[in-house]
Ligand binder design. Structure first.
Ligand SMILES: O=C(O)CCC(=O)C(=O)O
Length: 262
């Protein structure tokens, strides 16, 4: 990454209280413009430049995959890329960046592991919606109190699919979800879509949010890309609740504990 970032931000008591109350908090300017540009260029090498994608898991937009929607370049049809933090030096620096980890540490404490990292792409005119959902019901981790930093690589706006959230609903526990075409969403009877507020974000900012906070993103109806990476952290005291002992999660900071996530 080129130029060093600005000083490590620390949440004020008021910001921390807002996160606890609302279940999310936007923090702008986590990285410099040069750092964000470097991430965007690296990403473009993966999607359009033929850079080796070994180790990455790439998901194509379902409508493109099914041949219902044509794109000029295969890179214009990508919806999601997993495991960049494990496989790419620039993205590894992002996932362990003190400006991001410092905030997460204030929320979750000093012992941190990464549960997942997913680059979420909404190509112009192609990016489809992500229905209203909570993350924890998808994830085999207890307690259901992970914290994600949804880091904007492009400006995220209402037109290109910024995040929308239902403030305060992280306190309501796991809501009923159902499978629909290409998605897993909260049952309509369990919430009111009109209670959602949009959270636009400038490139280089992060939306920190609780894993039980309902969230949604609209399709990208604009002419501008919307690229963001969801960095999801958990306390190293968390338990894996799947049927196996679970994968080895990346240590971000601090100690690991016997009987907890590996
Ligand atoms: O970026 C998106 O479009 C969806 C993000 C999301 O659902 C998540 O980070 O859990």
């Amino acid at each position: 990454m080129p130029a060093p970032s600005t000083a490590q931000p620390r949440l004020t008591d008021a910001q921390l209280a807002a996160y606890q109350r609302d279940g999310y908090l936007a923090v702008e300017n986590l990285l410099s413009a040069a750092e964000v540009d470097a991430l965007g260029s690296r990403l473009r090498e993966y999607t359009h430049g033929g850079r080796d994608t070994k180790g990455l898991a790439i998901q194509v937009e379902p409508r493109v995959q099914r041949g219902e929607l044509k794109v000029d370049h295969p890179g214009d049809g990508i919806r999601k890329i997993d495991h960049l933090i494990e496989n790419d030096d620039l993205f590894r620096k992002l996932g362990t960046h003190p400006n991001i980890v410092g905030v997460v540490e204030q929320i979750l404490g000093p012992d941190l592991a990464m549960f997942r990292n997913a680059l979420l792409l909404k190509p112009p005119g192609v990016g489809s919606p992500k229905g209203m959902h909570q993350d924890s019901p998808y994830w085999p981790i207890e307690p259901m109190s992970l914290c994600s930093c949804w880091f904007a690589i492009d400006d995220a706006t209402p037109e290109n699919g910024c995040m929308g959230v239902i403030p305060g609903w992280h306190t309501k526990g796991a809501l009923p979800h159902k499978h629909v075409t290409d998605d897993f969403v909260i049952e309509e009877s369990a919430y009111r879509f009109d209670d959602m507020v949009l959270a636009p974000l400038k490139a280089g900012g992060g939306l920190f949010f609780h894993s039980l906070l309902p969230h949604y993103t609209a399709p990208n109806r604009s002419a501008r890309w919307r690229r963001a990476i969801a960095l999801s952290y958990m306390s190293s005291r968390s338990k894996f609740t799947g049927t196996t002992e679970g994968p080895e999660f990346l240590t971000i900071k601090g100690r690991r504990f016997p009987g907890c996530v590996r």
